[in-house]
Design a protein around this ligand. Structure first.
Ligand SMILES: C[S@@+](CC[C@H](N)C(=O)[O-])C[C@H]1O[C@@H](n2cnc3c(N)ncnc32)[C@H](O)[C@@H]1O
Length: 272
C-alpha cells in the first residue's frame, strides 16, 4: 500500500504530522499508561484465552502485543492502513518477544481478510478518525465469526474537562475538535457508537464509560497524552492565535488545584 491509500485514513495521517516522532512516543504512552484498566475492559467485553483476535487500525502494534499475551494460545492479527506504522509494529513484536501476533497493511474500507474468521475484533481510537464509520462497521461484521464480539474503544469530547482555566480549555477542545472534523474525524463519536453498531446489525450492543482523571494519570501525562497533541488539528494561524490560551492552560497545570477528566467510551456488540 502506498501513501495514496492514506487518503482513507481520515483525520489520522501519521507521517504527515508536524512532529511524527513525538506522536509515536505519545501512542506508546497511550498504549501503556492505563493498561490495567484496558485489560479489565477486554475481560468484561468477553475476550478469552484461545481466541483469534483482529486489532483493526493497530497503529504501532503495542496494544496488539498486549492482546497477544492475554489470549495466550490464541492469535492476534494487527491491520493498519499505514505501512510506516506496520513496520514499527513488527519491531514491537520482536521487542516484546510475542510469537502469536502478526501484522499486515490493510484498509478498513476494503478489508482483505477471510469472512467469519475472528472471535474478537478490537478497534482502539480509530473511529474518531473515520469519514465512513458505517462502511468500517459493515466490513468488521463480515470478518467476525457468528457469535463473535466487536469492542470499540474511543473518546467523546463532551466528557473532557479541565480546571482551572476551564474557559481556555473548552475553547481549545472545541477548536481542535472542529479541526479534526474538517479532516474527516469526529470527536463526539463515543456517544454515537451505540446507535451505529445497532444500525450496522450488531446485537447485544452496550456502551460503558470509563472516566480517567488527572488523579490516576497525573496532570502532565493527562495534558500531554490526551489533550495537547490535538494542536495538530489547528491551522498555523489558529496555533498562533491560541498560544496565549495554551500558555494559560500550561500554567494552570502547575497549580496544586489542577484537575481534569476524560471519558473512555467502550461499545461492544455481537454478530448473530
Ligand atoms: C490514533 S491511531 C490509533 C492506533 C492504535 N489503535 C492505538 O490505539 O495505538 C489511529 C490509527 O488508525 C489508522 N487508520 C486510519 N484510517 C484507517 C483505515 N481506513 N484503515 C485502517 N487503519 C486506519 C491510522 O493509520 C492509525 O494507525
Amino acid at each position: 500500500m502506498n501513501t495514496e491509500a492514506l487518503s482513507d485514513a481520515g483525520s489520522y495521517k501519521f507521517g504527515k504530522f508536524e512532529k511524527n516522532a513525538e506522536e509515536l512516543a505519545r501512542l506508546k504512552l497511550q498504549a501503556t499508561v492505563a493498561i490495567d484498566l484496558e485489560r479489565e475492559v477486554w475481560k468484561n467485553s468477553g475476550l478469552k484465552p484461545g481466541m483469534n483476535v483482529l486489532d483493526v487500525a493497530c497503529g504501532p502494534g503495542f496494544t496488539a502485543c498486549e492482546l497477544a499475551k492475554t489470549v495466550e494460545h490464541g492469535t492476534v492479527t494487527g491491520v493498519d492502513i499505514n505501512e510506516e506504522l506496520i513496520f514499527v509494529a513488527h519491531q514491537a513484536k520482536t521487542a516484546e518477544k510475542v510469537q502469536n501476533v502478526s501484522f499486515q497493511a490493510g484498509n478498513l474500507y476494503d478489508l482483505n481478510l477471510p469472512e467469519n474468521s475472528f472471535d474478537f475484533v478490537y478497534a482502539r481510537f480509530v473511529f474518531q478518525h473515520l469519514e465512513k464509520p458505517d462502511v468500517a462497521l459493515s466490513n468488521i461484521r463480515k470478518v467476525l465469526k457468528p457469535g463473535g464480539i466487536l469492542c470499540v474503544l474511543d473518546i467523546d469530547d463532551n466528557w473532557t474537562s479541565f480546571s482551572p482555566e476551564s474557559a481556555a480549555f473548552v475553547s481549545f477542545i472545541r477548536k481542535s475538535g472542529a479541526g479534526q472534523k474538517r479532516k474527516g474525524g469526529n470527536r463526539l463519536i463515543g456517544s454515537q457508537l451505540f446507535e451505529k453498531l445497532n444500525k450496522a446489525g450488531f446485537k447485544n450492543v452496550s456502551t460503558k464509560i470509563h472516566p480517567i482523571t488527572t488523579e490516576t494519570l497525573g496532570v502532565r501525562m493527562f495534558l500531554g497524552v490526551a489533550v495537547l497533541f490535538r494542536l495538530e488539528f489547528l491551522t498555523k494561524l489558529q496555533k498562533l492565535i491560541f498560544m496565549p490560551q495554551l500558555l494559560k492552560i500550561k500554567k494552570a497545570s502547575e497549580s496544586p488545584d489542577a484537575w481534569g477528566s476524560l471519558g473512555i467510551f467502550v461499545t461492544t456488540g455481537t454478530k448473530d
